[in-house]
Ligand binder design. Structure first.
Ligand SMILES: [Zn+2]
Ligand SMILES: [Zn+2]
Length: 387
């Protein structure tokens, strides 16, 4: 059977490449993936799956029932692009002002190809496969939107798997971590309120620019002085807005940043510290400040037992020597919401390609040889779990 799976995947590879290129040329931003969702729904329907659209606005769920009862496996793929003007020069580059600069076109392809191949192997399956095509990963909103539309209640799964292709890892390599894969990803918004006035008479004002500067620099001591040296954490303030002229002291300043951590408890520790520093520093400087945690995803943490199972499947596909733990990456991904509800694995499929830049760059691209690897892991996982 092992060989027949490989043959099926090889026979599907040309179709996967053309699917990926078609999707690459039509990137859509989070919750705007209408064309993409229609493409997915059409192919799933043609393959004979039961298709549900509008799950989480533009999300799509495809259900494949096996020949008899058994466990359920969910396969999750994210489907959105980024607001980046593509500069790859590829024949199939997007021209609509958005870009699949994270490889989600590859994720859709691998999951869709697996669904189509498995539909042809239905008699071998005892149980149910649920393909969850999730919108709006890049704005970490799509997983919870699907939950609000009842996805986790309507389609109960015993395990969930998903992949992110990763062009910083060699093509042919598969990273399967028994624990943390990606960090939490949250944003903070701080509004510092002072009292505006003449820049030449600061004693009559409360300067929110000076206060914001103290908050930003004091917050940098959270990682260096408060979080254990054994833990990972990031506090980055990417935006400060305030003031209207060099000689005018503003009333307010807005500071926005991002927070990352590999552990839920460190995530909370950092937030508590930013909040404490914000209000106390502002108070010490006679001003006030509000603190808001804007949105976020928890860290992406695999279930160790399910990850061991996935590593075994990946070894059948890529070879024992090409499967290993990967260094966790400080990016976020709302696959975390799936993994917090269903034991599962998010594995990384290496996709390095010479002459390209990393994820979220206008010159990002990946090696399409990764597509059959990810798709074959999905297919073999389904055949093994539903055997
Ligand atoms: Zn991304
Ligand atoms: Zn991504």
């Amino acid at each position: 059977m092992a060989d027949s799976v490989r043959e099926t995947v090889q026979a599907k590879t040309a179709d996967m490449v053309s699917m990926r290129r078609a999707l690459h040329a039509m990137p859509e931003l989070g919750f705007e993936e209408t064309q993409t969702a229609a493409y997915i729904a059409e192919r799933l329907t043609a393959a004979g799956l039961e298709v549900h659209t509008g799950i989480g606005e533009t999300g799509v769920v495809g259900v494949l029932e096996g020949a008899s009862d058994g466990p359920s496996l969910m396969v999750r793929a994210d489907i959105d692009g980024l607001p980046i003007i593509e500069k790859t020069g590829l024949d199939f580059a997007a021209t609509n002002g958005a870009m699949h600069a994270c490889g989600h076109d590859g994720h859709i392809t691998m999951a869709l190809a697996a669904a189509e191949m498995l539909a042809g192997m239905k008699e071998q399956l005892k149980g149910r496969l649920i393909f969850a095509f999730q919108p709006a990963e890049e704005i970490v909103s799509g997983a919870l939107a699907m939950e609000r539309d009842g996805m986790f209640d309507r389609w109960k799964a015993d395990r969930v798997i998903g992949t992110h292709l990763w062009n910083q890892l060699p093509t042919g390599f598969v990273g399967v971590n028994r624990g943390t894969v990606f960090a939490s990803a949250d944003a903070v918004r701080i509004e510092v309120t002072g009292k505006g006035g003449h820049g030449a008479m600061p004693h009559l004002t409360i300067d929110p620019v000076a206060t914001a500067a103290q908050i930003v620099s004091t917050a940098q001591t959270i990682i260096s002085r408060e979080v254990s040296p054994n833990e990972m954490g990031v506090v980055t303030f990417g935006q400060i807005h305030g003031g209207s002229a060099p000689n005018v002291i503003a009333d307010t300043v807005v500071v926005e940043g991002t927070v990352r951590a590999y552990k839920p408890e460190v995530r909370e520790q950092i937030f508590d510290a930013i909040k404490r520093i914000t209000s106390n520093v502002a108070g010490a400087m006679r001003g006030s400040a509000s603190f808001e945690q804007l949105y976020g995803a928890p860290p992406v943490i695999n279930n160790p037992e399910v990850a061991s199972w996935t590593a075994g499947i990946a070894a059948q596909v890529a070879g024992e020597d090409n499967v290993d733990e990967a260094d966790p990456v400080s990016v976020g991904d709302d696959m975390a919401e799936f993994l917090n509800r269903i034991p599962g694995t998010y594995f990384l499929v290496g996709a390095a390609k010479d002459g390209t830049e990393g994820h979220h760059n206008a010159r990002f691209d990946f090696n399409e040889d990764c597509l059959p690897i990810g798709a074959e892991i999905f297919v073999r996982s389904a055949l093994d779990f539903l055997k």
